[in-house]
Design a protein around this ligand. Structure first.
Ligand SMILES: Cc1cc2nc3c(=O)[nH]c(=O)nc-3n(C[C@H](O)[C@H](O)[C@H](O)COP(=O)(O)O)c2cc1C
Length: 222
């Protein structure tokens, strides 16, 4: 069966000047994004999170398989369980599993095994990679570039949350297998990361770190 094509909607041609200003303004907005580790417990309506997840779902994906799942936990008992499980893994990580090199890389961030934010932030979003799809009759559907696709969708989710005015923390308890059980996700899904979202605490502080310059991160060829 051939592809069914429809006209591309909303084709816009901005002038170079407009694009320069749009791109510079967006850079200004995104430059303000920082990973936050101290969250306020203000509630945030679910519809905002839903809009951001819908935005993430617009991401491109290998063969349009959309191999992602966003499992949301909004306060509640599950949070205590997630915190306990994550802190257990983290204690092992910091005390024995992490290589000296890895611990050295984490030093400027001042992170440790205490993960209070897992209970204070209003939203935890468990992001899962579907290694393969499942039809209702149990047949497996092959997925292509699933990890890359979910990484892109996650980037868009973080961008959408920041654009909405929310702070995030990309959290990767290691290992993360416990997230399947807590979020009740099937075995074809692999935890990718846990995204914490909410308002930063009033007194929140962030590590004093810098981003690489344009020259360091890009190059051009003729
Ligand atoms: C894949 C990934 C995993 C991360 N895991 C953790 C984590 O487990 N705990 C944490 O405190 N920060 C984690 N971070 C946040 C990084 O430390 C942070 O993005 C980096 O230091 C740059 O700071 P910025 O996000 O404020 O620019 C992670 C970020 C990424 C992209």
């Amino acid at each position: 069966m051939g592809a069914k094509l429809v006209p591309l909607q909303n084709i816009k041609h901005f002038t170079n000047k407009e694009m320069e200003s749009k791109s510079a303004n967006f850079y200004k907005t995104m430059k303000q994004r920082r990973t936050v580790r101290d969250f306020a417990n203000n509630d945030i309506s679910r519809s905002i999170i839903e809009n951001c997840i819908l935005t993430a779902g617009t991401a491109p994906s290998g063969a349009n398989m959309q191999p992602w799942h966003f499992a949301v936990s909004r306060y509640g008992e599950a949070r205590k369980i997630i915190r306990r499980a994550a802190e257990k893994e983290e204690r092992e990580f910091y005390s024995s599993k992490a290589s000296p090199e890895w611990l050295k890389a984490l030093e400027p961030l001042g992170t440790d095994a205490n993960k209070e934010f897992l209970e204070t932030a209003p939203y935890l979003i468990g992001i899962f990679v579907k290694n393969y799809g499942m039809l209702p009759d149990g047949t497996r559907v092959k997925h292509y570039y699933a990890t890359e696709s979910v990484g892109i969708a996650t980037g868009i989710l973080i961008t959408a949350l920041h654009n909405a005015g929310l702070a995030t923390l990309t959290h990767t308890p290691s290992p993360m297998g416990f997230l399947n059980k807590i979020f009740k996700r099937p075995k074809n899904e692999r935890p990718f990361l846990l995204l914490v979202a909410g308002y930063p605490e009033k007194e929140a502080q962030v590590p004093d770190i810098q981003k690489f310059s344009l020259n360091e991160i890009s190059s051009y060829i003729e």
